[in-house]
Write a protein that binds this ligand. Sequence first.
Ligand code: T3D
Length: 260
Amino acid sequence: MSDATVLLTLDDGIATVTLNRPDRLNALTEAMHAELAQVLDRIELDRAIRAVMLTGAGRGFCSGQDLNDGATLERADLGDTLERFYNPLIRRLKTLERPVIAAVNGVAAGAGANLALACDIVIAAESAVFVQAFIKIGLIPDVGGTFVLPRLVGQARAMGLAMLGEEITGKQAAEWGMIWRAVDDDRVMDEATTVARQLASQPTVALGLIKRAIQASATNDLHQQLELERDLQRQAGKTEDFAEGVNAFLDRRPPIFKGR
Ligand code: T3D
């Protein structure tokens, strides 16, 4: 059994990152943030990795900030924690030029919920729980929650989730459009792996550009977005995978994308 609080396995172009403090439902500590940052360094540098899967060991996905971790209560400035650990983590996931799939195997609370929602595709067990637990300890949703929630589920539901701190299941999250899909509890890893495999065989550069375009649409107007699409499509059109896609279509054969 590994002592590492974050595990990384590489298989056929897929990096699986497992938060590994199951007895604390994978609550995040400073040490864990440091390990996670190292794992992301490695993923960023390895171009053979074409999809990333994030999940939790044991029965939880992630219960947010570890409320026992050292200085949490004495710390005068929680903004400092966000600035040093959480905000860089979310920025890295958002700018990683590879698709990131969250396999939400169980409870995702507080920062853990919003960490999942920062991933590009979220697949959850039907009985998994998403909870904006912050208000229960006198905090506001962070880790991007106040940005992403109203965009995913609308202001009314975002307000309810944030202010009431009610739990919703993976099934409900999928029905609300908060996540991509909820599946039977025992199928969550299989489903996420299937999606990861599919993404790992897709044109990786285009997937990275899709991330950029869809994120930019949150703040761009239509004219800015049209210009951005022009610029990004120009890049996509210069890839080997675009040439392969067109040739494969004309040859009536399945394309073999190399991710470049
Ligand atoms: O610097 C900063 O702090 C700013 C950043 C803040 C970001 C945040 O994430 S704030 C929100 C922090 N998270 C929470 O408030 C969630 C706390 N946990 C819970 O509400 C519940 O544990 C859950 C709803 C997640 C799950 O409930 P349940 O009944 O399934 O499990 P449990 O029995 O409560 O938890 C199992 C164990 O994990 C338990 O330990 P024990 O009794 O077996 O020794 C519990 O104390 C521990 N645990 C769960 N969450 C955390 C935790 N320990 C430390 N920190 C946690 N967040």
